[in-house]
Ligand binder design. Structure first.
Ligand SMILES: NC(=O)c1ccc[n+]([C@@H]2O[C@H](COP(=O)([O-])OP(=O)(O)OC[C@H]3O[C@@H](n4cnc5c(N)ncnc54)[C@H](OP(=O)(O)O)[C@@H]3O)[C@@H](O)[C@H]2O)c1
Length: 274
């Protein structure tokens, strides 16, 4: 890999790590940003909006590969973006999802037909999703929600990024679909307990009714079909442990990071101010 890599979503959970790890590997990084972004000075920032294909002209000039985040609930618009990428780049690594919802499946299919050499990453739920509990944990040491027994093999964003960086910088990943998990399946109640153990005070899971959770999400303005999709997925996760794959270790030669180590890195977010 000699040319520059375009990182989309570079200010996001995974893209920020991809950017940092590419820089560490000595690779030149260009970030697609919608406005001035707080990124390392070595990163070239080029403005563009993924929802407006015409805005990407400057960002794609001279690039060799792309880390592609498609942060929308529909694949609409991707068909116009891919030819622009394919005109300049040789390769794309796409951040999909293990859930492979309809729009992610459509995006994967478009990418597979784009003419670019492709690698698809299908991560399971991110460990970083638990930051949504941080405020409740700091305020009262309790997380309220339905389906405490829903199990997930939470994956650390640094591991997703490490796999992306391997795929972007080494041979052998063309046409690969990498399903990525952390090393253990943990229920939501267990995740909360681990957070308490790491921050040094008990944190409890308080089960609420599905109906109550549904009302709360609707009150936030979320569409009913999205809310019902989330609740249905959580109900299915109570049926048994979540699958665990060996892919992170196989690709990076390092064991997948545990949820406990992720929490230790982010402990201040969960610690009450004293
Ligand atoms: N959370 C999970 O558990 C999970 C699991 C599997 C897969 N995923 C997938 O991961 C992806 C999200 O990744 P993430 O969590 O790393 O991202 P994120 O933290 O949600 O950040 C989104 C990124 O996309 C950028 N962005 C948003 N709209 C844009 C636009 N119109 N044009 C250009 N850039 C735009 C944002 O840039 P700005 O700074 O400009 O806002 C930001 O860098 C989604 O596709 C999701 O389906 C998530």
């Amino acid at each position: 890999m000699s040319g520059q890599i375009l990182v989309t979503g570079a200010t996001g959970t995974v893209g920020r790590q991809v950017t940092a790890q590419l820089l560490e590997a000595g690779v030149e990084v260009r970030a697609l940003t919608r406005g001035p972004a707080d990124l390392p000075p070595a990163v070239e920032q080029v403005r563009g909006d993924l929802s407006v294909a015409d805005s990407l002209g400057a960002a794609v000039q001279g690039i060799e590969a792309v880390f592609l985040v498609w942060p929308f609930a529909s694949a609409e618009g991707l068909e116009a973006v891919l030819p622009m990428l394919a005109e300049h780049a040789r390769q794309v690594v796409y951040l999909s999802s293990a859930a492979v919802r309809d729009h992610e499946r459509q995006a994967e299919q478009l990418i597979e037909r784009s003419g670019l050499e492709w690698t698809i990453l299908r991560p399971h739920a991110f460990a970083a999703n638990t930051l949504r509990w941080a405020e409740q944990i700091r305020a009262e040491g309790v997380v309220r929600g339905p389906y405490g027994q829903a199990a997930m093999s939470l994956v650390d964003e640094r591991d997703i990024a490490a796999v992306a960086v391997r795929a972007l910088t080494r041979d052998g990943h063309a046409g690969a679909v990498h399903e990525l998990t952390g090393p253990h399946s943990l229920t939501q109640a267990e995740q909360v307990r681990v957070i308490g153990e790491v921050v040094g005070r008990p944190v409890l899971w308080a089960e609420t009714s599905v109906q109550h959770a549904r009302q709360q999400m609707l009150a936030r303005g979320w569409p009913a079909e999205v809310v019902d999709g989330i609740l249905q997925a959580q109900a299915e996760m109570t049926l048994g442990p979540a699958p665990v794959t060996a892919t992170v270790e196989e690709v990076t030669a390092s064991a997948a990071r545990t949820f406990r180590s992720w929490v230790a890195e982010h402990a201040p977010a969960f610690r009450a101010l004293t």
